[in-house]
Design a binder for this molecule. Structure first.
Ligand code: ADE
Length: 222
């Protein structure tokens, strides 16, 4: 998958996505990540990328010309352009699944008060928010979305099974609890059923635990 990111803070994207699974996905050619510094498209000697909002109010707005200059050479008829903003639609696992089937994603990272609406109206396919809180910088949100999408690409996770059995997988529930050795630690024992070797009973116990956990932590998912 080809991913382009337009941001004022390239390292906010390149550092986390250069480590661990995302780093390996890049080394193995499963992810081609290109991060573009919006400042390079800034206007004039000061490389201006933002300006005061028409109509007044606090903060600055990203100007349309630098964003368009960064975006235009990247776009083809096979790319999907995403804007990260708290005003976007909530990003869910099903969006990660849908986006993992795209060939080319382009992320525009909002900053300050936002981006000039004319860029949204003319160039953006969808606006996404990663949650009901405000970050300093859409690049943090882009790194989150890219990780969630790229880990679903075939070959990125070590064991293809693990993407389907986890929270928000086919069941739509949270994941069940996990235990590993030792079977007893600080007087706390692993549930006997997990040591029983009875696979059917283990599957039923895990399903029940997943339902219970979802009821407690995320009843909205039921
Ligand atoms: N930029 C700032 N806050 C954000 C959020 N919650 N989601 C996506 N982009 C953002």
């Amino acid at each position: 998958m080809q991913v382009d990111v337009i941001t004022l803070f390239p390292e906010v994207v390149t550092v986390p996505l250069g480590a661990s699974m995302m780093g390996r996905a890049q080394e193995r050619g499963l992810l081609t990540l290109r991060v573009h510094n919006l400042r390079e498209q800034g206007i004039g000697k000061c490389r201006q990328v933002d300006d005061q909002p028409f109509g007044g109010g606090p903060g600055m707005v990203l100007k349309p010309e630098p964003l368009f200059s960064a975006l235009d050479p990247l776009r083809t008829d096979r790319s999907r352009v995403l804007l990260l903003t708290p005003q976007g639609r909530s990003f869910h696992q099903r969006d990660a699944e849908r986006l993992s089937r795209e060939e080319h994603l382009i992320f525009i990272c909002g900053h300050y008060e936002g981006v000039d609406q004319r860029i949204v109206d003319s160039c953006v396919d969808e606006e996404l928010s990663i949650g009901d809180y405000v970050l300093t910088n859409g690049a943090i949100a882009a790194a989150v979305v890219i990780d969630a999408v790229v880990r679903l690409l075939p070959g990125v996770l070590g064991d293809d099974e693990s993407a389907s059995q986890e929270s928000f997988g086919a069941s739509g529930l949270l994941d069940h609890p996990h235990y590993t050795r030792p079977a007893e630690w600080r007087d706390m024992k692993v549930p006997k059923i997990l040591l029983s070797g009875d696979h059917a009973k283990i599957v039923a116990w895990r399903a029940e635990q997943a339902r219970e956990r979802t009821r407690q932590n995320r009843p909205d998912l039921l």
